[in-house]
Structures are given as structure tokens and as C-alpha cells.
Write a protein of this length. Structure first.
Length: 154
């Protein structure tokens, strides 16, 4: 389907620069990406929205109990953890990449729980929704209350 859009010359110049910077094949592709981004952000405003997250954690492999704590938190959020990949870096440091699915509120809570583990030197997560790509997480079972009560941060 075609759609015509009128833009001021300055805005068109900014769009064209952005298209080149992100290596988009066309203005249309770039505009579709912007629309999907806005729709995803709008949908993710709902704490019950279908969500995914990728979590990046960096830590020292020899930090006391960090692996035990990480495993405990991953198991506590097991219904939301779809993947976990451990990467050995040089100098005794490690990277953990964790894929999460579920309701946005639960996914954010799991990501924050993972970032807060004692011994994690750096933690960050990116949140999205599969609906912008025409999919779902398939995460449908109800959750009652919070995750397990054990505190692996101690």
C-alpha cells in the first residue's frame, strides 16, 4: 500500500541523513522502522504487554559466589528465561547474555533482579515486543505473586 507524506525540507534532510547512517535501503524502510519503534514503545507502556528482553551482564569469573547467585536468579525467573549464554572474555572476566519473555512488568523485574546480583560489574537490558514483527512470546501461563522468596544477592 502506498502513502504520501509531506515533510519540511530540513526534516527531509535529517531523514535522509538518518537513512544513510543506518544503512537503510530506502526512506520507506526507515519510516517503517520509526513507526514500529513508536508502536513498540506505546505497547510497552502497558505492564501486561507481551515483551522480550536481552540482558547483558559483565562480571569477574572469580568473584565470590557470583555464579551461584546468577544461577539462583535464573532459576527463580525460569518461566521467563528462554536462553542464557556464558562467554569467557580475557583477563578473567565473563559476559552473560540472557533472553527473557513474558509480561513487560515481569520481564523488567527479572532483568532488574539479574542486574542487581552482588558481584555483577555491569548490567544492562533492552526491552522490546514481538508484536511489531507479527509474533508473540507464547508466554501465556498466569503468575501469582512474585518469584521465589530466596534472596541470592546475599
Amino acid at each position: 500500500m502506498r502513502l504520501g507524506v509531506s515533510l519540511e525540507p530540513d526534516l527531509l534532510g535529517l531523514l535522509d541523513s538518518w537513512v544513510r547512517e543506518r544503512n537503510s535501503p530506502s526512506r520507506s524502510d526507515a519510516i517503517r522502522a520509526l513507526i514500529r519503534k513508536e508502536l513498540a514503545e506505546h505497547e510497552l507502556g502497558d505492564p501486561n504487554s507481551d515483551s522480550v528482553a536481552s540482558v547483558l551482564l559483565l562480571y569477574r569469573h572469580d568473584a565470590p559466589n557470583v555464579l551461584r547467585r546468577l544461577t539462583a536468579v535464573e532459576h527463580r525467573w525460569g518461566a521467563h528465561v528462554r536462553s542464557s549464554s556464558h562467554v569467557h572474555l580475557e583477563g578473567g572476566s565473563c559476559m552473560q547474555l540472557i533472553g527473557l519473555v513474558g509480561k513487560r512488568e515481569e520481564v523488567v523485574n527479572a532483568a532488574e533482579d539479574l542486574r542487581g546480583i552482588k558481584g555483577i560489574a555491569f548490567g544492562r537490558y533492552a526491552l522490546g515486543t514481538p508484536t511489531v514483527a507479527g509474533g508473540t512470546t507464547g508466554h501465556r501461563h498466569p503468575h501469582h505473586g512474585s518469584a521465589a522468596t530466596a534472596d541470592p544477592k546475599s
